[in-house]
Design a binder for this molecule. Sequence first.
Ligand SMILES: Cc1ncc(COP(=O)(O)O)c(C=O)c1O
Length: 447
Amino acid sequence: MIRPNTTVLPANQTAKTANSIDDQSAGGAFLPTVGLLALDRQYAVLREEIRTAIERVCDSGRFILGPDVSELETELARALGVPHVISCASGSDALLLALMSLDIRPGDEVILPSYTFFATASAVTRLGAIPIFADIDPHTYLMSPRDVERKISKRCRAIVPVHLFGRTADMDAIVPIAKAAGIPIIEDAAQSILSTWHGRCSGSLGDVGCFSFYPTKNLGGVGDGGFLTTTRDDIAASLKLLRVHGMEPRYYHQVVGINSRLDSIQAAVLRVKLPHLDAWTTARQSNAARYMELFAQYNLEQHVAAPTDEPRGRHVWNQFVIRVANGQRDALRNHLTQCGVGTEIYYPVPLHLQQCFEPLGWRKGDLPETERAAEETLALPIFPELEPAEQRTVVGRIAEFFKAAQVRQPAKDIAAGDPSHTEPPATEGPHFLRRMKAVGRADDVRC
Ligand SMILES: Cc1ncc(COP(=O)(O)O)c(C=O)c1O
């Protein structure tokens, strides 16, 4: 298993290299590179189990849906505390299927944020429906409930909050607005698996939830994949039909659906990974806390707004996104790139200003907070296996750019990778996985 603070190295990295990492950071030097992602570190730990699982599927000759897919759906339902999980071919398809299950038609309006991945809106336009973009809260980057309320019209047929970067949208505000208007909620939970809101998992807070197994997600496959969650029996039945061309029984088509089935190989690999998800999530939380301490130590608050944690639920930190003031984002990014630090901009062009959506008639200035976020935000490495020395390099390089002085006394563990440091206890979420002995070794789960 992987524990936070455990040194997990790429397969090709030797123990000698690891020592030199610690030596460098203890001596104040920076590491030569810090990747935005290091999927190889996760694979190195699970290599044998994953290969065995793939071989089992190949031996079985059952490659589409099949026993591994059904088992994965059952295990996910248990982990997320939802009665229905329906897998599909991608997170993008999950959104499309969710809208189809709610019978969204041409001319219907769907309210969603513009500050999200393209698929949230393209699923709407693929059905001939009209995306109505809402602005965001400048602190959380999540859809503003007040703007949602303002934009509800008689033609509105669905509201799609996106739990962006792993933080659950403000469902205390959004659910009552939707209920009062009689409009269903589709949660775009592609980035938020195991995030919670007052103890309930994202995906169980609206009518239907959409998740992605894209490899960089917190639970990523070895290719594309996705799934939907719902508490409603009618939607579950509809989704099961829609993902197989509306076919039931074989070659009898009740409705026009799509082909969106999860491959057995993806399911088998994801079943190896799922028992580790809670520990990986806790590691992401620890990394976020370490970044926040480092930003404070370096007195970077005047230059950089670090994200905050969410007191009403579990933030699962799919991304750690900072805001860079005074038009310096791109220059900082260039500096980090030159120093070997990987970063990404999520997202440089808001959806309402994308070329393909020009006919919808949105203009620059329509969503001021969304547009400002697109110009000012930058994602830093946050993956579970990220080492403290790597985080010190990232923040040290940022401080170097701003010539910020490290005036506060650093905490022992952060300054020197103190091995006696213990991670903060996880407060939510792990109980979902405690019951999952059937899908992996119980000691894989850090409760
Ligand atoms: C917010 C959001 N919605 C939808 C998707 C689409 O998921 P996929 O890439 O699996 O199609 C993604 C993932 O990239 C996403 O981040």
